[in-house]
Every structure is written in structure tokens, then in C-alpha cells.
Design a protein around this ligand. Structure first.
Ligand code: 1HE
Length: 264
């Protein structure tokens, strides 16, 4: 099953603001702490699908006091095992299209980043956590399991045994400690995650699109390949990226003295 074919996307709950080369995608279900029901996950998919080609980086954030409370538990109680399996698979398609899409996605995190909310955040490429952020996987204590790719993506950031601890004991990581173990790359004061994420996205959008594509699609795969395969994949990506006219122009600009230098 691809995504959720019979679901009507709740498009009013996912707003998109295009600002030049970046898009700001906002989860707008604050009364339910941006908990993700079928309509919301389908709307996330559609909003990402519909981004114009002129968008070179995306910021994802949540309205209200929390980024995302995870799966809408109200829907869970109606599913049998087969429906649960297909539902879980449908999240994979949506999050995979974010993770392996055309452009990098920066998540601006605040408040609860829990359950499926953490799974959504870990499908993004950069995470900025403000000081109100807390990370948790309450599935363990609710008698369920992660189902949005968390068991694949979260251990890559923090290690399988930290995730085990979170699910077995209900451990909650506050922002500073969460960032220190790798949940996010940036930690900013409360209320500043969105601005920082926008700054980063604007910087990312200036990169050559092919370099960004090679990074988000190549690096994670290379990390899973045997070294010899990884070297070949890297060399193919390097060849494709450097052949682009934009790459030639950027390198020439540096050699002419007009391109930017690396600053300490
Ligand atoms: C929800 C949900 C939800 C809030 N599903 N309705 N996720 C969880 O187990 C997280 C559950 N939520 C919480 O622990 C808390 O709501 C929060 C810490 C996120 C926020 O607390 P707070 O005090 O700001 O809000 P609240 O009063 O708990 O919630 C406000 C409303 O949102 C309330 O509904 P109301 O009709 O009574 O106003 C809550 O019921 C509702 N709400 N979170 C449904 N998650 C792909 S598999 C992924 C597996 C999972 O993600 S499991 C879910 C894990």
C-alpha cells in the first residue's frame, strides 16, 4: 500500500509559506498538540509533494506549545493487526519521501517531540531544538511499539541502547542532554528554533541543488554500504556533482578571487 489512498488529507492542518528558495511547512493542529492522524500524515505527504522546484530547502515546525505529540492515539484503538501493519507502512512512505526527497529539511523543535513526532523529526536532515524541547518514546509504556521508522532512524542518532532505555523506562531527554547525545545538531534558547532553522535553510538553499541531493540521498546510503561499495558510490556522486555547470561556475569564482573563502 502506498501511503493512505482512501484518506482525505487535512490540508488546513498543514500550512506552507514559500519564502524565495525556502518553504516553511507548519503542522497546525495545536489543540491536539499536532498529534498525527491519517488526515494529517496524508496532508504532510501532499504538501511536500506539491513544493515547487524553486524550493531548495524546507523548514518543518509545529504551531502551539509543542512540535508534535506523535501518533493520534484516538485512531489506534480501531485498528486490527493487518490494518496496523499497513498503517505503519504508510508512515514509512511519507517519511521516506521527506528523508530521500529533492531537498534538505530542517526541523525546528520545541516542546514535545515524542513518539511519532520524534520519528517525523528524525526523518529530517537537521534538527534545531529550543530549550523547551523534550524527547520521549512513550510507546513502551502504552503497550505499543514505534511504527513510523523510529527503530531504524533513532538508533542511528543516539544508539540502540539509549533508545531501549527510553522505551523500557519512559526516560525523557530534555533539550540540553538530548542534543548532547545526538538528537539534534543545534540547541537554542526557548522560542528561537524557528528563526535559527530558517537561517540554516536559507544557507542550505544557496548550495548547488545537486550537491544537496547527493548529500541527503548519498551519505546515509554510503554509511550502510561496505567500504568498497561506499567508495564507488561516492566517486559516482562526486563525478555527477562536479560536472554540473553550477559547480564549474562556483569553482571558477573561487579561482578568480570572487568566490567566498572558508572563514574560521
Ligand atoms: C492527543 C495526543 C495524542 C495530545 N493522540 N490526542 N505519544 C504520546 O503518548 C503523547 C501523548 N501526549 C502527551 O503526553 C501530552 O499531550 C503532551 C506532553 C504532548 C502535551 O501535554 P499538554 O498538557 O500540553 O496537553 P494535553 O492536555 O495532554 O493534550 C491536549 C489535547 O490533545 C487533549 O485532547 P482534549 O480533547 O482533551 O483537549 C489530548 O488528548 C490531545 N492529545 N497528544 C491523541 N498523541 C507511527 S507510530 C507512532 C507511535 C506514537 O506516536 S504513540 C503516541 C505517543
Amino acid at each position: 500500500m502506498a501511503r493512505l489512498p482512501h484518506v482525505i488529507p487535512s490540508l488546513d492542518e498543514v500550512q506552507v509559506d514559500i519564502r524565495g528558495a525556502i518553504a516553511i511547512v507548519r503542522l497546525c493542529r495545536p489543540k491536539k498538540r499536532n498529534a498525527i492522524n491519517d488526515g494529517l500524515i496524508a496532508a504532510i505527504a501532499q504538501r511536500f509533494d506539491e513544493l515547487p522546484e524553486t524550493v531548495h530547502a524546507v523548514v518543518l515546525h509545529g504551531e502551539g506549545d509543542h512540535f508534535c505529540a506523535g501518533l493520534d492515539l484516538g485512531e489506534l484503538k480501531d485498528r486490527d493487526a493487518a490494518e496496523g501493519l499497513h498503517h505503519s507502512r504508510s508512515w514509512y512512505y511519507v517519511l521516506r519521501d521527506i528523508e530521500q526527497g529533492r531537498r534538505p529539511v530542517v526541523a525546528a523543535l520545541h516542546g514535545a517531540v515524542v513518539g511519532g513526532g520524534l520519528e517525523l523529526a528524525t526523518a529530517c536532515h537537521i534538527r534545531v531544538a529550543d530549550d523547551s524541547t523534550f524527547f520521549a518514546l512513550p510507546e513502551g509504556s502504552r503497550g505499543i511499539f514505534v511504527g513510523g521508522g523510529g527503530s531504524v532512524r533513532v538508533p542511528k542518532l543516539i544508539g540502540a541502547h539509549r533508545m531501549l532505555d527510553m522505551m523500557l523506562t519512559g526516560r525523557v531527554y530534555k533539550a540540553a542532554e538530548g542534543v548532547s547525545i545526538g538528537m539534534a545538531q543545534y540547541h537554542v534558547p526557548t522560542g528561537e528554533a524557528l528563526a535559527k532553522a530558517i537561517d540554516l535553510a536559507e544557507r542550505i538553499a544557496q548550495n548547488a541543488p545537486m550537491t544537496n541531493y547527493a548529500l541527503i540521498n548519498g551519505l546515509p546510503r554510503i554509511a550502510e554500504q561496505p567500504a568498497d561499495h561506499g567508495f564507488l558510490t561516492e566517486s559516482l556522486l562526486a563525478g555527477i556533482a562536479q560536472a554540473a555547470p553550477e559547480a564549474k561556475a562556483r569553482v571558477r569564482a573561487f579561482l578568480d578571487g570572487t568566490g567566498p573563502k572558508v572563514k574560521a
